[in-house]
Ligand binder design. Sequence first.
Ligand SMILES: [Zn+2]
Length: 151
Amino acid sequence: MTQMITSWHSGQRKAYCVECADSLPEVQAELEKAEDEDLLEISNQPEDAQGEECTACHRQISQVRDEPHSYRMKVTITFECEIDVEAASCVEAQSFVRETLSTIHLEESKEALQTELEENVTMAETARIKDCFYEVGPAKRVPPDQDADLS
Ligand SMILES: [Zn+2]
């Protein structure tokens, strides 16, 4: 397998071999920017690399051996939830929700998400949900016309 990574970051076409893409910090930084801007192309077609020279090491990209490795990255997925509670004051509403969150079980949700990631992220080997964070924002009074209980 020969992989060629091409960046069009800052309007210049630059091709890289996998060794440089994985080991040189300046190449990694460039490829990350190109990926953010959607100016990155990854080709695993040997014919695409034919006659292409790596911008960093000047070797023929078709001569660079590559093998698949395992790569690990940290992913943070945020769910933003809205909860309405009945209380006599903002502070009571917040402290009620905060206390309740520490007692409910999110284990099943964690397992479901883990399965979802493992089954659907292309090329995923394993996924582990390491931690679950939550943050309770300030409570605000719900206007009477939006109050589900009183309608
Ligand atoms: Zn190279």
